[in-house]
Design a binder for this molecule. Sequence first.
Ligand code: SIN
Length: 483
Amino acid sequence: MKLSRPDLFRQAAYLAGTWVPAGTDGIDVLNPSTGARLGAVPKITASQTGQAIEQAQTAFHTFKRLTGKQRSAMLRRWYELMLQHAQDLATIMTAEQGKPLSEARAEIDYAAAYLEWFAEEAKRVYGDTILAPKASQRISVTKEAVGVCAAITPWNFPSAMVTRKIGPALAAGCTVVLKPAQQTPFSALALCVLAEEAGFPAGTISVLTGESASIGGELLANPSVRKLSFTGSTPVGKTLMAAAAGTVKKLSLELGGNAPFIVFEDADLDAAVAGAMLSKFRNAGQTCVCANRFLVHRDIHDAFVAKLAHAVAGMKMGDGFDPASQLGPLIDAKAIEKVSRLVDDAREAGAIVLQGGRHHQAGKHFYAPTVLTEVTSHMEISREEIFGPVVAVQRFSNEAEAVEIANATPYGLAAYFYTRDLNRTIRVSEALDFGIVGVNEGAVSTEVAPFGGVKESGFGKEGSKYGLEEYLEKKYVCVGNVA
Ligand code: SIN
């Protein structure tokens, strides 16, 4: 890895202002593309996690008293440092996550945008005054930082999920103990180096590397942690939710998805194909908002599939550092097994493989971009989040049927549809039970809009003006006996 700032690459955890180096029992981090060992990070224990929480609690008392403008200035400085070192941050990300360097570079901009946004929002926390029922009373509502927050982030967006959680927490005046995914800790640690430089006091941020059982266990059990924000799978989210009940923590859960991508008979097919490519193949399909089920009207099915298959056939898969690569590897062997299992199951159940449907010669963790047709709702591939570069197409005959199929899932994160009919746009966006709806648009993620799902995709919004609210508690003050 060639970095202009080699010190951004830390084989250490960051425990309330102190860098704790990896020992001999550290956890190896591998490049998913080549299998090469990049380095190791320490296995932080439950007791060290407890220390980080205690120091976060101490730091909270002072940090929450800073003005919004002071916290805003630190976040702004962190944002600027991210942009200044964007190339290094992207390089670290590609090395540990595998996504093409250009995509990693785009993620750094996306991640930094959350810091910029919440730097601005830090100055805009408002309360209310309420007309009291008695003449002698005055009622006001203020908003206060929740307290120490735990953040558990996934490997698919190693930087953006960190800033999307830490940004609003710090803007609100909370302190944060972060546990990044075991596969991609170096991006979070590099961000932490820059946060230190931006002036965040010791204890406001800790980045703890290691195993979920010890770190997560303590984060959930410790009563000083007042909120947990988690991005990851629905089964893990349910376990965390149950564990958080013990100390009644506030929660934000951004869990799995099973996004329908509906192409109606009146759609602009070229726009639909472009949107499908964007939505499906971002991060090799390892994105919670990726299109998972393509529902295509029978009248335009063959034309849409032909165009899409042509676009997919032209995709270049390879190592993320090869400038020609548009698709990188999947994260690990487990991910490959899951995608292979889903494709094989669909094939056995009658799906037709138009493209791919096998490993890719680029390496052990590469799965060829795949297009399946004649998929049905009963197949596993329609019920599970694929998290791989597989387009699974099924036909429908009318709008009501498309909406019914789209909603027939316990998930409710993102949904997409393409149409040129204004009435249908309104009708279908209202009928879809999802937190995010893209109409004639395949790329919906942005710091200015609320990201989050409904049903078993979780709750709590990230980004936008709503994102800050998740880290604030309302306090009602009633002043009585006013003369
Ligand atoms: C995710 O996959 O969890 C996040 C994707 C995004 O921010 O677009």
